[in-house]
Design a protein. Structure first.
Length: 413
């Protein structure tokens, strides 16, 4: 666990903490949407443009070579971070959404047909749901959902019932951005491997920032995640794919940088990763993600996870005691640092707006998970989500002001 001094040192690295929204100290509890960035990661962007800015793979001059080295170095760094066998398995894209679309378009549309089944869970973010609906519409494959029980866990009977020889895709979140559930990936993926020849996709957008993920140990085909949810810049996302699989797939976008030879009437493509990186890359973003990984690993992923769990348990216990709230997050302590809740008699946007007047940032809305909210019997919720720079004092302040929200909205406790 971090000492008070260590947390103070971590917080000193975050310039955003000097902001005073509505004249109040900022309490940022919207980390599930995007995290803030420490100074060293911010400085890394400046440094890239001052010393490494060239268009990679496209020139014989100094800066083109330096930027190629920085870009390919970042790829190797990301690959090592998630246990990939080769940097060629790491594709730099814009975000997790683009990575899921790439799999849907380049793999699924070309390999699925009527009679095939795609399995996802009811907890999926729209990014891991809408592309599969579209694949199902276009190929005639059937989309099936793993539903959760009252505690937001996937009963294993759901897995046994829904996954079988017709399953061609299992695309599952590693951590729900609404209810925090972390499904038992080892068990579910092992069952899937043994009982189908499905391609296994892990949506790691809410998992990779909090827990060590090793694609080789998990034995998955694809992993996606976004840099901006793990202390890095926006606009950089990762697709991990098994190299043989990536090289068997059609390009998603086409144009410069992804070709081998172009003739008037046909083109041959480079292998992965270039095959999937058409056009000038977000080199700054890739290099910045590598810097964020350095930052995370220097602090220690396990220590960050332990601290975030401590904050989450603390907040969860406090919120559960407030009888005017309905808390949706799972009670299972193996959960992502997100707590979703509703005032029984108030709209989440009103709650979030009032909290904002106290400098507190939470998310309100459907969090890109409308089917899950419908399943929960509510169209929207409030969500507080934590990161390494949050503190117990901030949670106390947040909970105290939930009381003010209750009073202001005239809700009885
Ligand atoms: C579980 C999950 N998957 C996917 C995404 C999509 O991430 P991005 O918007 O960075 O593409 C999010 C974003 O909130 C998410 O929480």
């Amino acid at each position: 666990m971090f000492s008070k001094k260590e947390i103070e040192d971590i917080r000193r690295e975050y310039p955003f903490l000097n902001l005073k929204p509505n004249g109040k100290d900022i309490i940022y509890l919207d980390n599930g949407a995007t995290t803030q960035k420490p100074k060293e990661v911010l400085d890394n962007i400046q440094n890239f443009y001052e010393t490494e800015n060239g268009n990679p793979h496209r020139g014989a001059h100094y800066l083109a070579m330096v930027s190629t080295e920085a870009y390919e170095g970042a790829r190797a760094r990301v690959g090592k971070f998630i246990g990939a066998k080769s940097p060629n398995e790491i594709v730099f894209l814009r975000n997790a959404t683009e990575a899921l679309n790439l799999i849907a378009y380049s793999y699924a549309l070309n390999n699925l047909s009527e009679g095939d089944e795609i399995v996802i869970s009811i907890m999926e973010h729209h990014s891991n749901l809408v592309p599969w609906q579209r694949v199902a519409e276009k190929t005639g494959a059937k989309l099936k959902y793993l539903y959760v029980d009252e505690d937001m866990q996937i009963p294993f009977s759901e897995v046994e019932e829904k996954i079988g020889k017709n399953t061609k895709i299992l695309s599952l979140t590693g951590a729900s951005n609404v209810v925090g559930t972390m499904p038992d990936l080892d068990k579910i993926f092992k069952y899937t491997r043994e009982n189908s020849d499905a391609k296994i996709i892990l949506d790691g957008a809410q998992l990779v920032p909090h827990k060590k993920v090793d694609v080789s140990k998990l034995d998955i085909d694809f992993l996606v995640f976004s840099g901006h949810k793990m202390y890095s810049a926006m606009g950089i996302g990762i697709l991990y794919g098994r190299e043989d699989l990536l090289n068997s797939m059609e390009p998603f976008l086409s144009g410069g940088d992804m070709i081998e030879y172009v003739y008037e009437d046909k083109t041959t493509y480079l292998p992965s990763p270039q095959r999937f990186e058409a056009g000038t890359a977000n080199v700054e973003g890739a290099v910045n993600l590598a810097a964020a990984i350095d930052y995370i690993e220097r602090i220690g992923m396990d220590r960050i996870d332990e601290y975030e769990k401590y904050l989450t348990d603390y907040a969860y216990d406090k919120l559960k005691k407030l009888d005017y709230l309905e808390v949706y997050t799972t009670s299972n302590k193996n959960r992502a640092p997100v707590i979703s809740f509703n005032f029984k008699e108030a709209h989440p946007h009103d709650v979030a707006s009032i909290l904002d007047t106290y400098g507190i940032a939470i998310r309100s809305g459907h969090h890109c998970a409308q089917p899950l909210h419908r399943f929960l019997g509510s169209n929207f919720s409030c969500r507080a989500s934590f990161a390494v720079y949050n503190t117990i004092e901030e949670i106390d302040y947040f909970v105290e002001h939930l009381e003010d929200v209750r009073r202001l909205l005239g809700i009885e406790s």
